[in-house]
Write a protein that binds this ligand. Structure first.
Ligand SMILES: C[S@@+](CC[C@H](N)C(=O)[O-])C[C@H]1O[C@@H](n2cnc3c(N)ncnc32)[C@H](O)[C@@H]1O
Length: 392
């Protein structure tokens, strides 16, 4: 939950005294080891303000891995958790270009900051006055107003929305239980160009969406599904997977759409196995991705890909051997190879790696990987070298 900020707290934190106090507190270690002593020190210096100061410094430190240039921002714990990572927000903003835009659920402004970098006309609104006051401090270039996203208060802009994903503290897959509810939000802005960020697991079947659904991953984790209304979608595209990576300080992305070719050969397994990114699997674009990179599927119903080389930047598993899958046969094969630790990948068969691993009784020294799946009806295990990133 975290500390519950008030408007008076924000007034203090953005005052010269508050800024000075934050600087002092930021110099403290505030680790588990020093926390009690540090808190005592902050209380002695700043009395009742101690909690708001310590919380703000800790949230700023947590934000550093997710948001760029947010070292002087204000957050609540929930708002930081809900914020869009800078790389994802920046990519969305770049796609919108310099069109005027209204972020109708702007919260503390993570998405808004990226939008102001791309467009000169950016409006933000939110129902929560505390978050809005924080956004005013965090993104001074945006015009901000307190407004209900279900009652349009702007004209002629693209509308960006990011309904809150938690209902009663739990994640929800029901679009009607978001805040604001997604069906009502779509009704309210009907006819406007609209982008809505949603949870990747959301059940879109009830929406009958006519535009594009983009599934986005960041550094291997699927982060969101984003709805683009028909006026913003690329012609002919209804699904897109955007795979974003921060590699050695450089932002990289690849996107695959259902307008790309998906002709792939049916061939025997190649020298490598590639487990495609979750965004590609979730968007149903495994074949399209394979076709682009000269890969093919182990089995047409399973998302594992195979080929004789691994696409640059992707993790691949070099195949050493293929056996018919049974626990006993796998144990014998791994023992024969002096295996001491194993990464287990499973698709299409009912095997729990956490249950299987101790039963393999590995006592050797070599690290290996095993890909367990099925080809046709047969369960197979590919014994592989540990995964390696091509070009790393
Ligand atoms: C997931 S957060 C948005 C995060 C934001 N995109 C960011 O990157 O920082 C959702 C926001 O919607 C706001 N909200 C919920 N219902 C709303 C409504 N009916 N009208 C306007 N804002 C609303 C919440 O106060 C919350 O700040």
């Amino acid at each position: 939950m975290g500390y519950s900020f008030s408007l008076a707290d924000i007034e203090y934190l953005t005052s010269p005294q508050g800024a000075h106090a934050l600087e002092e507190v930021a110099a403290l270690e505030l680790s588990t080891r020093t926390h009690l002593a540090d808190l005592g020190r902050v209380r002695a210096r700043f009395g009742d303000r101690a909690a708001v100061l310590v919380e703000t410094v800790q949230l700023r430190r947590r934000a550093a891995g997710k948001l760029d240039d947010a070292g002087g921002w204000l957050f609540t714990d929930d708002a930081l958790q809900q914020s869009t990572p800078t790389l994802v927000a920046r990519r969305r903003a770049a796609r919108l270009g310099d069109r005027p835009v209204h972020d109708v659920t702007c919260s503390i402004g993570a998405e808004l900051a990226a939008l102001t970098a791309a467009s000169s006309v950016v409006l933000g609104s939110d129902l929560d006055p505390v978050r809005l006051a924080m956004a005013r401090h965090n993104v001074p270039r945006a015009a901000l107003v307190r407004a209900d996203a279900l009652h349009p208060c702007s004209r002629d802009t693209v509308v960006v929305a990011d309904p809150a994903r938690r209902a009663g503290g739990r994640r929800t897959h029901d679009p009607a239980r978001l805040e604001p509810p997604l069906p009502a939000l779509l009704d309210a802005w009907e006819g406007r160009d609209l982008v809505v960020k949603c949870a990747p697991g959301l059940d879109f079947s009830s929406l009958d969406w006519a535009g594009e659904i983009e599934v986005v991953s960041l550094d291997g984790a699927v982060r969101e599904a984003c709805l683009w209304s028909p006026g913003l979608a690329q012609p002919g595209v209804t699904r897109r997977a955007s795979v974003l990576r921060t590699e050695r300080g450089v932002d990289a992305w690849e996107d695959v759409t259902d307008a790309d070719p998906d002709d792939i050969p049916e061939r025997a397994p190649g020298r490598w196995i590639v487990d495609p990114d979750g965004a590609i699997v979730r968007a149903g674009l495994v074949r399209h991705f394979a076709a682009r990179h000269g890969l093919w599927q182990l089995d047409p119903r399973i998302a594992y890909l195979t080929g004789d080389r691994v696409p640059e930047g992707m993790r691949g598993f070099r195949v050493l051997d293929r056996i018919k899958f049974s626990e006993k046969a796998l144990r014998q094969e791994l023992t024969r190879r002096d295996c001491g630790s194993v990464e287990i990948l499973v698709r299409g068969v009912d095997v729990d790696p956490a249950v299987l691993r101790p039963r393999l009784k590995l006592r050797g020294s070599a690290p290996l990987a095993v890909v367990i799946t099925r080809i046709g009806r047969a369960g197979v295990a590919f014994v592989c070298e540990p995964g390696a990133v091509a070009g790393a």
